[in-house]
Design a protein around this ligand. Structure first.
Ligand code: ADP
Length: 485
């Protein structure tokens, strides 16, 4: 049941520590299954805390050599890694679809997106500029240097098994930091394949370590180990706040990409066809399992029915199935827990008076397949209004005025992405200014790119990934004050 690859050496059932491919000393292992059919794909080691600490040691030992390279030298290695990812795009996508479930075309898209962070930040490695600041006293000079922060740990989720790693490791490696990467236990093979390619690209031993095993044990070690200077996490707000608390005693720098509850507002003056196109991408990509997926559709009453009809027509063209099968646009949900939450949200909305306009039940293929769903007349008292569903369900909530839409959009502790559709330039600037979110898509449903800063406000996180801002999270500022000149 392993994915069939043209280069089978990309599939590793071992961890990468200090340039060695290793097993857990006690032989403990975790089984990884394919969410489309429940079949076993393979096993990865379940490391003990002491073995995770050994990976931190390896990263720490590699730190001096890696930071001593010039930006141009690190850039050359990252460029080779980018080229290798693109040359192996199909194999990497096969591994991803097998363990994550997303359609093969989407998996290929993710590999290109993920490789984009390696390419872009490799280029930035040459442009880590400091400052000179006019001194307040004669005979003084003030110089600001940027230095790599040290060893970083990356704890990453299963929904983007490769891109959530490179979005952290791209800037981290470019800045001169070394790393311990701990992928989700659902999707470790994508991370391990990246480790193979990092070695092939000429990355020195210990710069990229990849460990798998118990989330809480490895999480504790990575948070508490004083040799880890920075933790970058993508996942739920619940786990993010546990990790922040665990990082507090050693005062670690952190970047946190946490949950969202994205509003998608359609105003009366929107181009409805464009809004439907954006809604389809924002809602149903990755079967609704992204932290920037539209979670609440707020639709103005003048276009409510028309938008619902057009969205239902678009949804009827989606095809649910195994991501390796031709024409499939909707893979399975990642596991039983994920589908249980979707079912709870739908049942709760119906109990609050909502109606089903499409889907609303498990898919005919069984397992964790769920039909792409639209709920209409959803009241804001439904759970789906205040909690992230992380599944293929679009709840349509009606509003009358712009002020009401803004109030509803901001009525959440989260503030990652928000979307709205309008053709009125005054409204565009008013609403964009009033919305509490780190990312605002305006007449756009897809906002992720390596060149722009991704991140949230409120309980959605700390820091930014991607763009010139993303590398700052991996740099320390050192201020030199020269006197007596
Ligand atoms: P999701 O709901 O998307 O799975 P989680 O926040 O549960 O998000 O998981 C994101 C990542 O955090 C995964 O790699 C998961 O294994 C890891 N994780 C979960 N619980 C902990 C924990 N207590 N400590 C460290 N990592 C954890």
């Amino acid at each position: 049941n392993r994915p069939v690859l043209s280069d089978d050496s990309l599939f590793r059932e071992a961890n990468l520590i200090g340039g060695e491919w290793v097993q857990a000393a006690d032989g403990a292992a975790i089984a990884v299954t394919n969410p489309a059919n429940g079949r076993l794909i393979g096993h990865v080691p379940s490391l003990s805390r002491a073995e995770v600490a050994r990976a931190v040691d390896a990263a720490h030992e590699a730190q001096a050599g890696w930071r001593a390279l010039t930006g141009k030298e690190r850039a050359a290695i990252l460029r080779r890694l980018f080229d290798l990812m693109m040359a192996n795009q199909d194999d990497l996508a096969r591994i991803m679809t097998a363990e994550q479930g997303k359609p093969f075309a989407e998996a290929k898209g993710e590999i290109a997106y993920a490789a984009g962070f390696i390419e872009w930040f490799g280029e930035e490695a040459k442009r880590i500029y400091g400052d000179t600041i006019p001194a307040p006293r004669a005979g003084q000079r003030i110089i600001v240097h940027k230095e790599p922060i040290g060893v970083f740990a990356a704890i990453t989720p299963w929904n983007f098994p490769t891109a959530m790693i490179t979005r952290k490791a791209g800037p981290g490696w470019a800045a001169g930091c070394t790393s311990v990467i701990r992928p989700a236990s659902e999707t470790p093979f994508s991370a391990l394949a990246l480790g193979v390619l990092a070695e092939r690209a000429g990355m020195p031993a210990g710069v990229c370590n990849v460990v798998t095993g118990s989330a809480s044990d490895s999480g504790k070690e990575l948070c508490e180990n004083p040799k880890v200077a920075k933790l970058s996490f993508t996942g739920s707000t619940r786990v993010g706040s546990i990790l922040l608390a665990q990082c507090a005693p050693t005062v670690k720098k952190t970047s946190m990409e946490l949950g969202g509850n994205a509003p998608f507002i359609v105003f009366d003056d929107a181009d409805l066809d464009e809004a439907v196109k954006g809604a389809m991408m924002s809602k149903y990509r990755n079967t609704g399992q992204t932290c920037v997926c539209a979670n609440r559709f707020l639709v103005q009453s003048g276009v409510y029915d028309a938008f619902a009809d057009k969205l239902a027509a678009a949804v009827s063209a989606l095809k649910v199935g195994n991501g390796m099968d031709d024409g499939v646009t909707q893979g399975p949900l990642i596991n039983e827990g994920a589908i249980a939450k979707v079912e709870e949200h739908v049942a709760d909305a119906l109990a609050h008076g909502a109606r089903i306009a499409a889907g609303g039940r498990r898919g005919a293929l069984g397992g964790t397949f769920y039909e792409p769903t639209i709920l209409i007349d959803v009241p804001r008292t439904a759970r789906i209004f205040s909690e992230e569903t992380f599944g293929p369900v679009a709840p349509l909530i009606r509003f009358e005025t712009e002020a009401e839409a803004i109030e509803m959009a901001n009525d959440t502790p989260f503030g990652l992405a928000a979307y709205f559709y309008s053709r009125d330039v005054g409204r565009i600037f008013r609403v964009a200014g009033a919305i509490e979110a780190g990312i605002v898509g305006i007449n756009e449903g897809i906002i992720s790119t390596e060149v722009a800063p991704f991140g949230g406000v409120k309980a959605s996180g700390l820091g930014r990934e991607g763009s010139k801002y993303g590398i700052e999270d991996y740099l320390e500022i050192k201020y030199l004050c020269l006197g007596g000149i």
